[in-house]
Design a protein around this ligand. Structure first.
Ligand code: SAM
Length: 715
């Protein structure tokens, strides 16, 4: 009961606030009474900072009697400390001058010293420096415990959250070993397999949340890690050649002595973290891998640690050894631990716990324990982490129509990751002059209105195509134009083309020649017509129903139409990053010959470009940023699509669009194909040609044909 001479409301509030910390009324009452007496029933000091003085007085007591419920709540709270709490703890640790486990050690809870109230009231700094037992946090409205407590939400007052398990040692990260029930991980992994299917992931999340509550890991940071050499309780993520950067996950030293201590394997930690991220941060992306976060963190440190303002060196960080459970294209290439020493030289002078070790020791670490991770420099691969696919619409709403991903094999496989872009975007050095000033009167029809195709006479925009529009009123290519495109397959041997000129430098191959191309010239924004003008087809984007589908053969993914298409119909343009040829060579060198890449030279007018050099010649690369065209597979000669260069916003043909049109009528669910113009016997090409499975009777891949003939003959 509150003494009669004090406000029962205030007394109750103090009790409730302490209750919120798991401290019983029986414990609080005598301490509060003593405090009131000490402070002459002046509530101001006691109420300050959400009864900080009261809580401190209780915790400074010899044996604060915390009731069973309080214990339960406290341990529950401890297990649920999230990283934001830990960050606050970090601040506390940084401010700390000399950690002591208690304030006023000689005082007792029930009998406070006779110092004056001013002397008695600990300053916030004092309190913080005493925080090795007290975790101090702002009111956390997410916690049930604190929610019960009336707290001024606007107040930045600190709230004591009960006794903390922290010791005065403050490891960079503390991982409490848990006996894991792995069953829920399996569920999570399964959910990951069906990318983009949100309900499944969500279901799984609900299913495992209870067990996660019990297994929550405290991960607090406060100051530099003091790790014991030889102690096997470390995860190491070492960065950079010099070993200057390092992520280290180490057991709290008090736990390191526990007999049941064991280092969980990294795979389990990653799985658990993925489950937690799903639960806590609602990361439903089925392609989310915790290892990628670690890798990104390392990459970020590497990036920020360099003063160089040069272009970002991607993929500098690689984590070894392999994490078998992490498979799929989004995962950075993980090396098998036994490959680590042979394929990738570990960095010299790698910092290890307790000092610098030799590279052979590092190699041993890489090979020996799945708990240790090294990060070594390697040949960059670009775009290791990519966005997840939306299986219902790979375009993510970027096009006027949805284009689903269809896998009829039920194996859950999805296309490799890339960023969907409906239009080309410059990568870095490519120069595309889009200025209005460059579009002269002869290159636009500013005096037109409405639909140019409705005019009695073709406008200026038809001049390039012989004074006739190439489109019909139905939005199809005219038969005449389509035929002329199909028949203009003569190649020209260019003596001055960028490929030829560059052959002694990066690319040693002589130019094999290019097709002479007919251009489409569309009306554009500088014209007077409207967006629905019949001479604007490609720029309006995809209109037909298409599907990205997994082919039954060895071609991987392909593109097909879901509707019947007439000849001359626009399907899509080839969208990707606009690169200079030099950038493409560099990129391909890094990617390696074996990987799928999606480049396309913008070579349709190289003949008239004069002394075009590789730094200026352009190409499109849809490997990392692209649209559905990147899925169109090759077919030798009798493909049902043709690419046609399209001039829209730039009057010269240095940069242009590449559009796919149907060459014939195409039935619903027929695969869309185009002839890449590949020379399958060209062994010198920087990109190794695939084994063609186009199925055409005109197939150019002679090796494949002889192989299949041999098979048919039983050799
Ligand atoms: C532009 S991508 C086409 C999309 C690719 N199939 C995919 O799964 O992402 C080109 C790659 O597809 C494969 N490909 C395309 N046409 C093929 C064909 N006729 N036979 C075998 N593989 C083919 C080759 O691996 C080639 O490098």
């Amino acid at each position: 009961m509150a003494p009669p001479n004090i406000s029962p409301e205030k007394f109750d509030l103090a009790i409730r606030t302490m209750n919120g910390l798991g401290i019983s009324r029986e414990t609080v009452s005598p301490v509060l009474n003593n405090l009131l007496e000490l402070y002459d029933y002046n509530w101001e000091h006691i109420e300050a900072d959400n009864f900080l003085v009261l809580a401190e007085a209780i915790f400074d007591g010899p044996d604060p009697e915390i009731d069973q419920e309080g214990h339960r709540r406290q341990s529950h709270e401890r297990k649920n400390l999230d990283s934001s709490h830990c960050n606050k703890k970090l601040k506390v640790g940084q401010q700390s001058q000399k950690p002591t486990s208690k304030m006023h050690r000689n005082d007792t809870a029930g009998k406070l010293s006779s110092r004056s109230p001013c002397e008695m009231k600990p300053t916030r700094n004092q309190l913080q420096s005493s925080s090795s037992r007290l975790l101090i946090n702002k009111p956390n409205m997410e916690s049930n415990v604190v929610e019960d407590t009336p707290v001024d939400e606007n107040s930045s007052a600190l709230l004591l959250r009960g006794q903390d398990i922290q010791t005065s040692e403050s490891p960079l990260a503390v991982i409490y070993p848990q006996a894991e029930d792995s069953s829920h991980h399996r569920g999570h992994k399964d959910a990951r397999g069906i990318s983009g299917v949100q309900p499944a992931a969500d279901q799984n999340y609900k299913g495992v949340s209870g067990s996660h509550e019990r297994n929550t890991i405290d991960a607090c940071s406060s100051k530099a890690l003091v790790s014991s050499p030889g102690l096997s309780s470390n995860f190491e993520v070492v960065l950079s050649d010099t070993g200057m950067g390092k992520l280290s996950f180490t057991y709290n030293s008090s736990l390191a002595n526990r007999p049941d201590l064991h280092m969980p394997d990294m795979a389990s930690v990653c799985k658990e973290m993925e489950a937690r991220c799903l639960r806590k941060y609602k990361i439903l992306d089925s392609n989310f891998f915790f290892m990628n976060i670690l890798e990104d963190t390392c990459q970020c440190i590497v990036d920020l640690s360099s003063e160089s303002s040069g272009p970002r060196e991607e993929g500098i960080v690689q984590i070894v050894p392999t994490m078998d459970f992490l498979s799929g294209p989004s995962v950075p290439k993980m090396l098998q631990s036994n490959q680590a020493s042979s394929l990738y030289m570990p960095p010299n002078n790698l910092m290890m716990p307790g000092g610098v070790c030799s590279s052979s020791a590092v190699a041993r670490v890489g090979q020996s324990s799945s708990s240790n991770m090294q990060v070594v420099k390697y040949q960059p691969t670009i775009g290791a982490n990519g966005p997840a696919h939306d299986v219902s619409d790979i375009t993510k709403g970027e096009e006027c129509v949805s284009i689903p991903i269809v896998n009829e094999f039920g194996n859950g496989i999805l296309p490799s990751q890339f960023h969907y872009i409906p239009h080309n975007i410059t990568y870095q050095n490519a120069y595309v002059n889009l200025s209005l000033a460059r579009v002269g009167d002869e290159n636009c029809c500013s005096d037109c209105f409405g639909d140019c195709l409705a005019r009695a006479f073709p406008c200026a925009c038809a001049a390039d195509t012989g004074g006739v529009f190439v489109y019909t009123r139905d939005g199809l290519l005219t038969e005449g134009f389509l035929d002329s495109c199909l028949s203009s397959n003569a190649t020209f041997q260019c003596k001055v083309c960028p490929l030829e000129r560059a052959k002694t430098k990066v690319n040693p191959d002589p130019c094999k020649g290019h097709l002479t191309r007919k251009f489409i010239k569309e009306c554009w924004s500088k014209c007077g017509c409207n967006r629905h003008c019949g001479n604007r087809v490609v720029q309006r984007g995809i209109t037909h129903h298409l599907e990205v589908f997994l082919t039954s053969g060895k071609k991987g993914w392909g593109l097909r139409t879901a509707e019947k298409l007439p000849p001359g119909a626009f399907v899509c343009e080839y969208a990707g990053e606009i690169l200079t040829n030099t950038e493409l060579y560099d990129r391909n060198k890094k990617i390696g010959k074996e990987k799928h890449t999606y480049p396309l030279y913008l070579d349709a007018d190289w003949l008239t470009e004069g002394l075009l050099v590789d730094d200026h010649a352009l190409c499109l690369d849809a490997t990392f940023y692209g649209n559905v065209a990147r899925f169109i597979n090759h077919r030798c000669y009798d493909a049902n699509l043709i690419t046609i260069p399209v001039e829209i916003e730039t009057p010269d043909h240095h940069y242009y669009h590449v559009a796919f049109f149907t060459t014939k009528q195409i039935e619903p669910f027929e695969e869309l194909t185009w002839d890449y113009g590949i020379e399958f016997d060209d062994v010198n090409h920087p990109i190794k040609a695939f084994k063609c499975c186009c199925g055409s009777k005109f197939c150019k891949d002679k090796k494949r044909i002889s192989r299949s003939k041999s098979r048919a003959l039983g050799y």
